[in-house]
Ligand binder design. Structure first.
Ligand code: PMP
Length: 383
């Protein structure tokens, strides 16, 4: 076991100790096998059970309708950037015979990277909104975004929580979909299962596991079934749409129940243990309630000292997962990190691209631990 850690890193992030204890037992020997879960065949009954059980738990937690399919891909969020672009272009081509130009809402570092990947792949993406001029400190109201044409827009992409900038959508931008005619694609890598969502509103959701729900190596996808058609290579070549590498080709992966090639089954098993733990602790409703309380507590104490703490993000777009702030005064931020470290509060340094302080309070950080941090912040402010 280990002492309770007050670790606020942005990801990979803290996981419940009980989950890791079970995972470490299963890594040595799993069920009736003479070997551990990382050593069994990905075609074995036990491995298939892990995949099916994980999918079932996700469906239960998120109330996923029959219209949608869950699958897993190796890799992380970045794998999603490329695979979303090529797969969804192909599915748009299957429906319309056209290439189209996907639209991106750029609200921070990660949606910007995803947009850039679509451009790098030659898709000439549209910009639905771009917050770069205001340094990604808020989200423009959806009615001020570019008006999109469903005839030529294969999907509208956004990042539900921008991990670096601390910017989160408090409601998904469904108004941008032209009454659902344009599939809504969401990167939920850093707030997946932190709150209730209505899956039926989405064409595709993807999330790297390593923040709220597991360890790095696996990415969860939830896709509307009509968006996974098989499209011939010849047709894609004709339309100048990049061919998706086979390991990331959604129709192939779905057809093979996420085990077209060797799925990292230990990583899926850890994900499944996290899901079981979430269900045993009251599911998404309880988790969301606690996340709201944690964020209120932390923002509350920071807002109380505006001369010292500067919170750049507009209140209606503040992230409940990544609380980003700077501290006024020469050397104050270094002092903050150092003093926090002395109280065993770690992982608080801001992302290298933006500096400042970032406290990531993902699902595994409980209210008590956030309480410890806020107490330290109070002391720091009154010193
Ligand atoms: N999207 C978001 C919202 C992220 O926070 C990150 C990583 N922090 C990524 C995508 C990229 O994920 P990965 O490093 O797993 O490729």
């Amino acid at each position: 076991t280990r002492p309770k850690a007050a670790y606020f890193g942005a990801g990979p992030a803290l996981l419940p100790t009980s989950v890791l204890q079970q995972a470490s037992i299963d890594l040595i020997t799993y069920l009736s096998n003479p070997v551990g879960v990382g050593e069994i065949s990905h075609r074995s009954k036990d491995a298939i059970n892990i995949i099916d059980s994980t999918k079932a738990h996700l469906s239960e937690i998120l109330n996923i309708p029959d219209t949608h399919e869950v699958f897993f891909l190796q890799g992380g969020g970045t794998t999603g950037f490329s695979s979303v672009a090529t797969n969804l272009l192909a599915s748009f081509a299957a429906k319309t015979g056209k290439k189209g130009q996907p639209a991106y809402a750029i609200t921070g570092t990660w949606s910007k990277k995803s947009y850039e990947e679509a451009a790098r792949l030659g898709l000439e993406p549209q910009v639905a909104t771009n917050g770069i001029n205001s340094k990604f400190t808020g989200i423009a109201p959806v009615d001020q975004w570019k008006k999109l044409d469903p005839e030529t827009t294969p999907y509208i992409y956004y990042c539900d929580n921008e991990t670096v900038n601390g910017v989160e959508f408090h409601a998904p931008p469904v108004e941008a979909t032209c009454d659902g005619k344009i599939p809504l694609v969401s990167d939920m890598s850093s707030n997946f299962l932190s709150k209730k969502i209505d899956v039926s509103k989405f064409g595709l959701i993807f999330a790297g596991a390593q923040k709220n729900v597991g360890i790095a190596g696996i990415t969860i996808y939830i896709i509307r079934k009509d968006l996974i058609p098989q499209v011939g290579t010849e047709e894609l070549n004709k339309l100048n749409i990049p061919i998706t590498p086979i390991a990331f080709h959604y129709p192939t992966v779905v057809k093979n129940n996420s085990a077209y090639n060797t799925i990292p089954i230990f990583t899926v098993h850890v994900l499944n243990l996290v899901l079981k733990n979430l269900l045993a602790n009251g599911g998404l409703a309880a988790q969301e309630k606690e996340n709201v309380e944690k964020a209120q507590l932390l923002y509350g104490v920071l807002d109380k000292h505006p001369q010292l703490f500067n919170l750049p993000v507009a209140k209606d777009s503040r992230s409940k997962m990544n609380v980003v702030f700077t501290i006024n005064g020469e050397g104050k931020e270094e002092e903050f990190v150092k003093k926090a470290g002395e109280q065993e509060l770690s992982g608080l340094k801001g992302h290298r691209s933006v500096g400042g302080i970032r406290a990531s309070i993902y699902n595994a950080i409980d209210l008590e631990t956030v309480g410890k941090l806020t107490k330290f912040i109070e002391e720091f402010a009154s010193a």
